[in-house]
Write a protein that binds this ligand. Sequence first.
Ligand code: PLP
Length: 452
Amino acid sequence: SLCQNDPNETALSQRQLDAFWMPFTSNRDFKQQPRVIVGAKGHFYKSADGRQVYDLFSGLWSSGIGHGHPKIVEAIAKQASELDYCMSFQLGNDKAFLLADRLAGLAPEGMDHVFFTNSGSEAVDTALKIALAYHQANGDFSRVGLVGRERGYHGANFGGISVGGIMPNRQLYQGNLLPRVYHIPTTYDREHQAFTDGQPQWGSHLVEELEKICRVNGSHNIAAVIVEPAAGSTGILPPPIGYLERLREICTKHGILLIFDEVITGLGRVGDSFAAQRMQVIPDIITTAKSLTNSMVPMGAAIVNKKIYQTIVDDSRSDNRNVEFFHGYTYSGHPIAAAAGLATLDIFEQEGTFETARELETLFSELLHSFDDHPKVIDVRNFGLMGAIELETRDNQLGARGLETHKRCFWEQNVVLRNSSDILQFSPFLNAKPEDLERSFSAIKKVLDTIE
Ligand code: PLP
């Protein structure tokens, strides 16, 4: 009835569909039955075939206060007419400074300096470079090793995939990944953690693998450890109780910088400014993106503590270099992105978004865990407003059931969710209406009850 198989329904020709090489997408499958969005307002998308579709993923974990928020739209329009662009190299736009200061104000105490990027991937690569530059500036020339984690996602650039722990993202490039990168094990083990609500009891001991890496390689050779406080893209893997605290302890003991990649967990997703504050574990560098502009304009950032910034800036005197840190992007601190960021942070404050998000956690967890006994489900996990329902793989066809669920929810139930392989992922709006969440999860249940 919806002409699902007719690409003409989207008003896009096959040639146009083929022209866009879509990221992290099964292009062949998608272009047979394109799911094209042509509008968005508040909590709903408008599909090319004219349906209102509820966005249960709030963009890509990223549009937490709803699509098309009029205050951000207004800020962008105003900025575009006042100052569309100026370079940030030896010149600067006022909004970038204002946003840096506001963002630092939301970060943990002492994390006062912000380097702007255009994405989470760039924020990660920037953070890794800052960590290496810091140790060099300190005269700690051997500290060049980096530690990531199995099942960590840190973007798609070379630095990020090197420290990242997802095999398909790395395998083609093995020979060209950063050298001297080590990985600690994932915190996830279904046998010990299945169906946990929030942080699992089991697993904090896994962080001791970092001590082993230090023993084997010399802690004086390690520059930084990067982790997501709770892994997001690989299926919501909350930190076991005590894990992050112990990670902080080990890093401090060995003089290793700790980087929290908060591209997903930052700015409300876990009911606080950052997971750092929610967990009361303070890293040396935080990366953020996505929610910073509610995704209306691309922007990311690396936020660093005073000591790191000061060390790198002071070191420039040693060789009389005029530019302290040779790094940056044409669009670092872009005025329109910065204006969108300022408007977004205003809304967070005015609407009490982080508190609202935290209040939604109980309902969200109840809705997710109502699937605990479902015959097709092998695990349910949640942390803040990040949630996952992991389906049993069908007939050895990894991901087939997950993708079919995503598609059927979109076409039959007017709900967008994300599947990563057979893991269904949920990232509701920070200000979602309870009745929309209830309706969406019962729609998902209908699909799971009838799927092969
Ligand atoms: N880091 C984390 C933890 C992420 O979840 C993502 C994206 O989902 C990134 C980095 C990369 O961000 P981007 O896609 O904006 O480059």
